[in-house]
Design a protein around this ligand. Structure first.
Ligand SMILES: [Zn+2]
Length: 483
């Protein structure tokens, strides 16, 4: 790097850090502004230099669901043992750069959301940040899927894959139970270590699979001997593609209302010491649903792969999990609580489920407590997707129909009331349903009305899920009802 370039990087760093300081003074300027300033002055070359400030290197987390939760748990685990730089909810190189600007650390931990190739530069990010780890949670179809676009899911999967394509060292952490992630992992096995994680528990997803799940290699239908959560499970294809044996496995799930217990077992290769670590111990967790078991397991696999202190792994995982505060989860997270209704106390399960997988996970979580009688005793308040999100509706519908609730109350979850009405017209052909045309503009009224429906329902269980803005709708709705 030339002298002028060096000076440029220094100035960029100074300005970037200055804007970090200014953000601390003011607020609402976003998490990516310092990185934006840095990049405007320093260009990509300087980011590359900045990335080298991490003693061990950087780890980037991506996937469809659970990225932020997983990143937060990784930060708690690695941050317990060593100095880290991190950033959540970052969808741009600006945001990652902002995280890198926090200075010298052993490890950088950055979430990176990729919607599609057009709006992201995954392989460029990989070349610049030169990560020692890329971590994949899962890949499901979501709202980034624009109808009319040719093969959008393939494009979406390709974009995720590109984030690790340039990697020549380090570890790629993959969900063995998700065939799409395994496909990415299998392709990387030639270049780098791949750490697979997966479940081995009794809980099963008995609802039909949503979305088309084909073998990523030969495009034939995959055979599942067991499914834990929609397309995540134990699968194989006639072409030979199958679920790999995980390096880290979550076994022995014990569910109680005030807490869960699981066992972590396996052998994980540790990149920092270049030695394998054996794990075999029980962990106490909050009761937080199968989807969060995946988030936790992914975080534990990442942590064990990169901590410079393998001897601390067992104690750190145990203590971080014991103290895990549900507030690290997003405001729209699915929660179960009791509400006083007209016909007595009822159990309400409420929260965001803005793609097929997420809604299904919510139903499954409620089922853990409501048991087999869930169908006949449940009212479902469904907050719909928007205009042009028919694919999400399709995935939602298949879960709702298989739940078969006593009543479905359809409420717009996003902006379009007309789209919600169209979805209602389809639902009422399969299930008893009514429609509430509540506008997005008058959110308070929407929230009040949902509260009324819950209280007036004759059902002892009420599920409220679907689409909706995190804090604006879910956060406010929950805080109103939990009073
Ligand atoms: Zn195949």
């Amino acid at each position: 790097m030339g002298l002028l370039q060096n000076i440029r990087c220094k100035i960029a760093e100074f300005m970037g850090k200055l804007s970090r300081y200014l953000i601390k003074l003011g607020s609402g300027m976003g998490k990516s502004f310092p990185g934006y300033i840095y990049l405007r002055i320093g260009k990509l070359e300087c980011v590359r230099k900045l990335a080298r400030n991490m003693k061990i290197g950087s780890v980037i987390i991506t996937g469809t669901n659970g990225k932020t939760t997983t990143t937060k748990i990784i930060v708690l685990l690695l941050g317990n043992d060593t100095k880290i730089a991190y950033n959540y909810e970052s969808n741009t190189i600006n945001a990652i750069t902002t995280g890198l600007l926090s200075g010298k650390a052993d490890l950088g931990v950055f979430e990176y959301g990729i919607r599609d190739i057009k709006h992201a530069i995954p392989d460029t990010v990989c070349r610049i940040v030169d990560p020692v780890g890329v971590v994949y949670t899962n890949v499901s179809r979501e709202h980034s899927q624009v109808s009319g676009k040719k093969n959008p899911f393939e494009e979406y999967l390709k974009a995720k894959k590109l984030l690790s394509t340039p990697m020549k060292r380090g570890v790629v952490v993959c969900n063995a139970d998700d065939p799409r992630i395994t496909y990415i992992g299998k392709e990387k096995e030639e270049d780098v270590r791949v750490c697979y994680y997966g479940l081995d528990i009794d809980m099963e997803d008995k609802t039909p699979i949503t979305g088309d799940v084909f073998c990523p290699i030969c495009k034939n239908e995959l055979n599942y001997s067991k499914r834990y959560l929609n397309h995540r499970g134990i699968y194989q294809c006639s072409c030979g593609f199958s679920r790999p044996q995980p390096d880290l496995i979550l076994t022995e799930l014990i569910t109680e209302k005030d807490g869960w217990q699981v066992k972590l077992e396996g052998e994980v290769f540790n990149y920092s010491t270049e030695k394998p670590i054996s794990l075999d111990f029980m962990v106490n967790l909050p009761a937080f649903g199968v989807h969060n078991l995946y988030n936790l397991l992914c975080a534990a696999a990442t942590y064990a792969s990169f901590t410079p202190y393998p001897e601390k792994v067992e104690n750190t995982i145990k203590s971080v999990c014991r103290d895990l505060d549900l507030s690290i989860l997003p405001p729209g997270r699915f929660e179960i609580f009791n509400v006083d209704g007209k016909s007595g106390e009822k159990m309400v399960g409420m929260g965001q489920g803005d793609n097929g997988d997420a809604l299904k996970a919510n139903i499954q979580f409620m089922q853990t407590y409501a048991g087999d009688e869930i169908a006949e005793k449940t009212a479902f308040i469904y907050t719909t997707p928007d205009e042009g999100e028919y694919e999400i509706f399709e995935d939602h519908l298949s879960s709702i129909v298989s739940l078969n609730p006593r009543m479905v109350h359809v409420v717009p979850g996003r902006e379009s009331v007309e789209a919600a009405r169209k979805y209602y017209e389809i639902i009422k052909d399969s299930l008893p349903a009514d429609f509430h045309p509540l506008s997005h503009e008058d959110m308070q009224n929407r929230i009040d009305k949902i509260g009324e429906i819950i209280k007036e329902s004759p059902c002892p269980y009420v599920l409220v899920s679907g689409c909706g803005p995190e804090q604006y709708m879910w956060g406010n709705l929950k805080s109103k009802l939990k009073k």
